[in-house]
Design a protein around this ligand. Structure first.
Ligand code: FAD
Length: 450
């Protein structure tokens, strides 16, 4: 009897243990369910990426991908019944919503005539979240010991692509059209593009990665986060490709992949930490009301008057991606200069980021806010001007995203208020005084600590 392979965050055919398990059992129906609960809150860039990635997957399946729309708890058992499937195979989802949804689908399948098994193989991570424990049997709360245990645990070699007989006879509702992005070019989605990107990064950028990864003005990082998010490539494949590469670049890159696993592990152990502070005692009171809303809007639209913040926020709206250094700067600005809750920023990021992932994103926000694991101490307040001058020394990054400042040469672009003619026309004045807000943030922190 045929089996169903339900694709979710694993939109590839190589190194795919759930496909291996499904193909071993007989013919395979490749299924994708467009879930309104995930599709609804996604911004246009995220939607465009998903649709195009699925188009690539469909092409590599010879046009056989079956797409159904609706609640997976109803749709998956219905497809399994239509096919009289022997099993439904998935890559286990470690996220909060995904675990909950999968438990409900599993229960619905078990209750259906024939009690169809729901088979989980592997996860989107090198080491399955929830696996590693410290010496006293508890989950890790700090990165470095987690990384040591992660390296000791290791991971299997990439699984070869199995010979697969695909089922052809089930109707598909098709994909929605990809939203029009108004001329913004996204990189190519899909498995083939992900593998090409990885090879190019390994050849050209990996040797210098450790030093170059902090420069938003230049291509120094892999840009693989979105491919990893949709599972167009599995971290196992990347880690296998790093195994014989010596040097600091490879070591640092391996460590970044470990951060991704770590944050998934933290969320797996503490599902509440998606939206609640891991350390509530460290959560500094934030502002509400009309002024807070105005400031939030200025931040979200990239008109704070601080060039690196505005460049980052405009890049987010335009491209659905922001360099890691700039994510930290804009997040710090929201929490410590504007005194707004990290959850507001995390929600905005998740809506727009094409790599938007509740584990990496929300734990990243908690890190900046000082409430998470290994948290940056709250008293560390990023200075948007010195961060700009240090990490975008010629100002090229700012000029790329802030057209009003394109006429300003060099690093002067980071302090337009010092220009002889004042702030160029059309660019906003600073909405706050950084030095004063830094003092305010520190005072709130001091009060919290009594
Ligand atoms: P590279 O430097 O090439 O790193 C390689 C891979 O390692 C990345 O693709 C990613 O999978 C992983 N990685 C790197 N840094 C981190 C990190 N700090 N935490 C977890 N994994 C990491 N990453 C996401 O994938 N999705 C998010 O929604 C997300 N939101 C973030 C929000 C904030 C406030 C912050 C500070 C960071 C966030 N990150 C997120 C982490 C990081 O910014 C991105 O993974 C990185 O910028 C992606 O670019 P890259 O692929 O070129 O990274």
């Amino acid at each position: 009897r045929p089996g169903v392979l339900w694709f979710r965050r694993d939109l590839r055919l190589h190194d795919h243990p759930a496909l291996v398990a499904a193909a071993a059992g007989g013919p395979v129906l490749p299924l994708f369910v467009l879930d309104p609960l995930l599709w609804g809150p996604s911004g246009d860039v995220r939607r465009a990426w998903l649709v195009r990635s699925l188009e690539h997957l469909d092409a590599s399946l010879g046009g056989r991908l079956v797409v159904r729309h609706g609640d997976p708890v109803e749709v998956v058992p219905r497809v399994a019944a239509e096919l009289e499937a022997a099993a439904v195979h998935v890559t286990a989802d470690a996220g909060v919503y995904g675990r909950h949804r999968d438990a409900a689908v599993e229960a619905a399948l078990a209750a259906a005539p024939g009690a169809v098994p729901f088979v989980r193989s592997s996860t989107p991570y090198a080491v399955a979240p929830g696996t590693l424990k410290n010496g006293s049997g508890s989950p890790f709360q700090v990165f470095s010991p987690f990384q040591r245990a992660w390296l000791r645990e290791g991971w299997p070699a990439p699984a070869p692509r199995p010979r697969t007989r695909w089922v052809e006879s089930v109707a598909s509702e098709g994909l929605p059209p990809a939203p029009d992005l108004g001329g913004v070019e996204l990189p190519e989605p899909g498995e083939r593009a992900a593998l090409r990107r990885w090879e190019a990064f390994r050849e050209e950028l990996l040797p210098a990665y450790a030093g170059a990864r902090d420069r938003p003005d230049k291509p120094g990082t892999s840009a693989l986060s979105v491919h990893l998010k949709y599972g167009e490539v599995h971290p196992r494949t990347l880690l296998a490709g790093l195994a014989d590469v010596p040097g600091e670049g490879a070591e640092r890159f391996r460590s970044e992949l470990c951060w991704r696993d770590f944050y998934a592990d933290v969320l797996w152990n503490r599902p509440d930490s998606a939206w609640h502070p891991l350390k509530p005692e460290a959560e500094v009171p934030s502002d509400t009301g009309h002024l807070a809303d105005e400031r939030y809007a200025a931040w979200a639209e990239g008109r704070t008057g601080f060039p690196i913040v505005d460049a980052g926020m405009r890049q987010l709206l335009r491209e659905g991606w922001v360099h890691n250094r700039v994510r930290m700067v804009v997040a710090s600005f929201l929490v410590k200069d504007l005194h707004l809750p990290w959850q507001r920023g995390a929600r905005h990021f998740l809506h727009h980021l094409r790599d938007g992932d509740p584990a990496s994103n929300n734990q990243g926000w908690q890190w900046v806010a000082g409430t998470g694991t290994d948290a940056a101490p709250y008293f560390r307040v990023f200075n948007p001007v010195t961060q700009g001058k240090e990490h975008d020394p010629q100002g090229d990054y700012v000029r790329r995203y802030v057209p009003e400042l394109r006429g300003v040469a060099g690093k002067a672009v980071h302090e337009p208020w010092l220009l002889p003619g004042g702030v160029p026309e059309g660019y906003p004045e600073r909405i706050v005084d950084h030095a004063a807000e830094r003092q305010e943030a520190l005072a709130r922190y001091a009060r919290l600590r009594g």
